[in-house]
Design a binder for this molecule. Structure first.
Ligand code: ADP
Length: 398
């Protein structure tokens, strides 16, 4: 009996099959249909076996979800039958403050949130619809990236704009990457050998999208992402926070349309926009090392934004016990971690250079005597979704 987790990205579908209680999936993988390979590819990693890659027919999220479910339902596959399905949903809006069992009404409500997150929710809805149609007898659970931030204090949740925007239009800070932040908050306590109570954390999730969150007693108290996942830190192609006056100027004086601004801020900004090289951190890092000045500037801005977010979030917490780096960049770039932390010695953050260069997640890379611990944690969004699915659908912890 296992739990299938489906996690829709922009042109990928990640999946994992978990036995209840297991930390590692029996089978995990992804379908990519817009990647570097010439055709769509199904990539499967089974526990204890080498990775298998095969061309497949997927062209979108629906066909990818059908393909994954068919592949995992084949008899003789060696793993136990699927008993429940967990879905990652980026935006839960005001309606969903925690994970829920999917009913037809819940599915409708999630679909109606697509306007709030047009780049993220429609893909998840396509996967949810396909999976509920293909596996109709099973419980399906929706797990939201916004839930972890549903209880943000008002001073963080409410923007300083006309109050009616909040009351009547629901304009508030939602926060995102909550599944990752929530996993890392729990895992940080485990690695530090403490309980979440009394623990003050700043967690930096640095992947294609980037956000930082302040966590006290295991609960989020502030975060850099806002009403949409466009706010806050500099990202791969997203700008992060910019002076809104720039947008007004470009619209009113330069004739930019809302669609043009949307495209520029979501797809042509961030690391890609400044460096002109790529949205991929590794490529920008490589170009910078070869002397590309715009790539170097992009990395300087990227690190500076993270540094100032850590400062601000630590101040919100009134002090800091541990700083956490996670996701593709946070887990892998020792150079970025050095660059961020070098400016934060005054707070008591001191990296051990050798540990920073050599340690693999999960690890503590702060100097032994430093007052603030610095952790690199491998984020486990799929595991978190499997746990939530097990809790709600099977009434047990995965
Ligand atoms: P997503 O947000 O799509 O889940 P990831 O968490 O996988 O993305 O992060 C993708 C980012 O991580 C990319 O910018 C990639 O360049 C960066 N990354 C992955 N591996 C490394 C590495 N070894 N060094 C530096 N950056 C890395």
């Amino acid at each position: 009996m296992s739990i299938l987790v489906l996690n829709a990205g922009s042109s990928t579908l990640k999946f994992g099959l978990f036995e209840p209680g297991a930390r590692e999936p029996q089978v995990a993988g992804n379908v990519d249909w817009d990647g570097p390979a010439q055709s769509a590819e199904l990539i499967v990693r089974s526990l204890g076996e080498p990775e298998r890659r095969q061309p497949c027919e997927a062209t979108d999220h629906r066909s990818a979800a059908s393909l994954v479910i068919k592949a995992l339902s084949e008899p003789g596959r060696g793993s136990s039958p699927i008993r429940a399905v967990g879905h990652r949903i980026v935006h839960g809006g005001q309606a969903f403050v925690e994970s829920v069992l999917v009913t037809p009404d819940v599915a409708k409500a999630i679909a109606s949130l697509s306007d709030l997150a047009p780049l993220h929710n429609p893909q998840a809805v396509a996967v949810l619809e396909t999976a509920t149609a293909s596996l109709p007898g099973l419980p399906h659970v929706a797990v939201f990236d916004t839930s972890f931030f549903a209880g943000l204090p008002r001073s963080s949740a409410v923007f300083p704009v006309p109050f009616e925007w909040y009351k009547e239009r629901g304009i508030r800070r939602f926060g995102f990457h909550g599944i990752s932040h929530s996993y890392c908050a729990g895992r940080a306590a485990e690695v530090l050998g403490r309980t979440p109570e009394g623990l003050r954390l700043v967690i930096c999730h640095l992947g294609n999208g980037c956000s930082a969150a302040a966590v006290r007693d295991g609960r989020a108290v502030d975060t850099t992402m806002g009403y949409t996942p466009l706010d806050g830190l500099m990202m791969g192609t997203r700008a992060g926070a910019v002076d809104p006056g720039i947008l007004l100027h470009l619209q009113q004086r330069e004739g930019f349309t809302a669609q043009e601004l949307d495209h520029a801020l979501n797809h042509q900004s961030g690391l890609l926009g400044v460096s002109g090289v790529s949205s991929d951190f590794r490529k920008v890092e490589a170009a910078s090392l070869e002397g590309n000045d715009r790539a170097r500037l992009a990395l300087e801005i990227y690190a500076a934004r993270i540094r100032s977010a850590i400062g601000a979030l630590s101040a919100t917490l009134g002090g800091l016990d541990a700083l956490v780096f996670t996701a593709g960049v946070g887990e892998n770039s020792a150079r970025l971690r050095t660059s961020v932390c070098e400016g934060l010695r005054f707070l008591g953050i001191e990296l051990d250079p050798q540990l920073n260069a050599e340690a693999r997640p999960d690890a503590d890379i702060a100097q032994p005597g430093a007052s603030i611990r610095v952790l690199i944690l491998h984020t486990r969004e799929e595991l978190m979704i499997a746990r939530e699915t097990g809790r709600l659908a099977l009434k047990q912890n995965a």
